[in-house]
Design a protein around this ligand. Structure first.
Ligand SMILES: Cc1cc2nc3c(=O)[nH]c(=O)nc-3n(C[C@H](O)[C@H](O)[C@H](O)COP(=O)(O)OP(=O)(O)OC[C@H]3O[C@@H](n4cnc5c(N)ncnc54)[C@H](O)[C@@H]3O)c2cc1C
Length: 487
């Protein structure tokens, strides 16, 4: 009964409107810009459906008795949280941590929201009912959700309601007995060709008077009027897995979403006309913590992958024995372990929110601030280790098919650790991870997916235990006064 890849692919045959290179995409599942990323997403569901993975990856839905992914699990204890993390970690390993918006990201967000149902009850019981029923619906159908929660860049010096166009930023333009109508844009939806539905909301604070933008709603990606305006596809440019092993498989896509008067029924509306709830939904309940805890688990896996690449680059170039290189690798190893340490620590220091067990906010935000700064450093270290090896490469896999060029490849691509194919294969992978357009987009992703660094530093400021820190200073300062000389 558990959802598998075939079922997920079938669920994407829904007539959604994706635009690429000036034209609508008739069938994203077959399109060279999206098909492999969709298959990679389906591979996640295939993995959970394998009998040997069922226990690790899934749990029994309390409503249907069917098994669904642990991303929907609501941990009641530290042990539950760790069990759930093992499932998320196993999924991240399947994509080397390269799917930023894998299904467990927004599922974690909606699960965190469900843990905070009381907040919605206090604001409007009808909205609370929408969150409750949607969570159960999404869980029981093991939906792949993505989200758009940031407004388009236009004039960042002005608020949502002060832009040159009233509906530049997506907002509610109409409502009736059946629901609301959304008009306008959201900045970036990652994974739209891969996912079933999109969560539209606003994480940027809104002021009184900007109520129309304070909407949170769940919208199927084939909703009438929803336009998915894709960026350039890296998958379409990938000529073979050998040449572009990551771009060809994990280009999850990013798109501007335009809501061209999209109707949303009331039972899919979580927040409406309430600027206070639009903020509180993230930070007063476990929503933001759960979604970003998932990100740190994925990043932990991705850093392990990059660490493995670094070591193999060093071995392949015969430089591992140099003390400076060992130090560089040791530094990377320490940084990777530190991220793992932070994941384990935020779990171990977690606390209860009602019935539920939630990772520690302070440690989570510390990890977010530091990993945003760390990722560019890790990329720079890989580039430094690889030197020109990521460039000194045959133009494509076809050079191996031509006996003349293949012979020269054999003569020029040498390594103490592997043959010429192994060497070229590794350095092409390294380039795709940190140098290609795909790799460069990943750098931008890790720096910005949760807001600019000033935003995450703001969360660290907000959640710091300042009293505890200040008490130490005050306590020490109380031990001395204006005495002259040292007693
Ligand atoms: C690859 C990628 C994928 C993404 N996927 C998603 C997604 O799936 N869903 C989603 O909702 N969003 C997504 N985003 C968007 C992401 O949430 C935003 O990029 C992020 O919130 C930062 O906003 P911004 O890009 O508009 O940068 P800005 O907020 O405009 O910041 C850019 C820079 O401007 C300066 N700046 C801006 N405002 C201020 C200020 N008030 N004070 C001082 N300096 C300021 C800072 O130097 C800052 O670094 C994605 C982004 C990327 C890059």
């Amino acid at each position: 009964m558990v959802k598998d890849g075939r079922k997920h692919i079938e669920s994407l045959r829904d007539g959604r409107q994706i635009f690429l290179d000036g034209a609508p995409v008739a069938d994203p599942i077959a399109h060279p810009a999206f098909r492999n990323a969709i298959r990679s997403a389906a591979g996640l569901f295939d993995y959970q459906a394998q009998p040997e993975n069922l226990e690790r990856m899934t749990f029994v839905s309390p409503s249907t008795g069917d098994r669904v992914n642990r991303m929907w699990q609501l941990p009641l204890s530290h042990a539950d949280l760790v069990e759930r993390r093992h499932a998320l970690e196993a999924w991240a390993e399947l994509t080397c941590g390269m799917l930023g918006r894998s299904p467990d990201h927004v599922a974690s967000c909606v699960s965190g929201m469900y843990m905070g149902l009381d907040l919605f009850e206090r604001h409007d019981p009808r909205r609370a009912a929408a969150v409750r029923e949607y969570y159960e619906y999404a869980r029981d159908n093991d939906l792949y959700l993505t989200y758009v929660i940031i407004n388009p860049q236009a004039d960042r010096g002005k608020g949502a309601g002060e832009q040159s166009d009233e509906f530049l930023v997506a907002g509610v333009c109409d409502e009736d007995a059946a629901g609301i109508t959304i008009r306008g844009a959201k900045m970036l939806g990652t994974g739209c060709p891969l996912a079933n539905e999109v969560f539209v909301g606003s994480i940027q604070p809104l002021k009184p008077g900007e109520e129309k933008y304070s909407v949170t709603a769940m919208v199927p990606l084939n909703a009438k009027g929803l336009k998915i305006l894709s960026r350039k596809s890296f998958e379409a440019q990938a000529s073979s897995p050998f040449d572009s092993p990551l771009s060809s498989a994990f280009d999850e896509n990013d798109a501007v979403l335009y809501f061209d008067d999209v109707k949303v029924p009331w039972e899919r509306v979580f927040v409406h006309n309430d600027v206070e709830l639009a903020q509180a939904q993230w930070h007063a309940i476990p929503t933001h913590v759960y979604q970003n805890y998932q990100c740190q688990i994925r990043l932990m896996v991705k850093l392990r992958f990059l660490l493995g690449l670094a070591r193999k680059i060093a071995d392949t170039n015969g430089i591992t024995g140099f003390p400076q290189v060992r130090e560089t690798l040791g530094q990377l190893a320490a940084e990777t372990a530190a991220v793992e340490g932070m994941v384990v620590a935020m779990e171990a220091s977690g606390s209860r929110f009602g019935r539920y067990f939630v990772p520690d906010k302070r440690l989570l935000y510390a990890a977010m601030v530091l990993t945003q700064q760390l990722y560019p450093k890790v990329v720079a270290t890989l580039r430094e280790l690889a030197g020109g090896g990521m460039i000194m490469l045959p133009s494509s896999v076809e050079d191996f098919a031509n006996p003349e060029t293949a012979a020269y490849i054999g003569k020029t691509q040498r390594s103490p650790a592997t043959d010429s194919i192994g060497r070229v294969k590794l350095f092409k992978l390294a380039w795709d991870a940190v140098g290609s357009e795909f790799g460069s987009r990943h750098l931008q992703y890790e720096m910005f997916y949760a807001g600019a660094n000033m935003v995450t530093r703001g969360h660290a400021f907000r959640t710091c235990d300042w009293d505890r820190a200040a008490r130490l200073v005050d306590g020490f300062m109380a031990t001395y006064g204006l005495e002259v000389g040292v007693p």
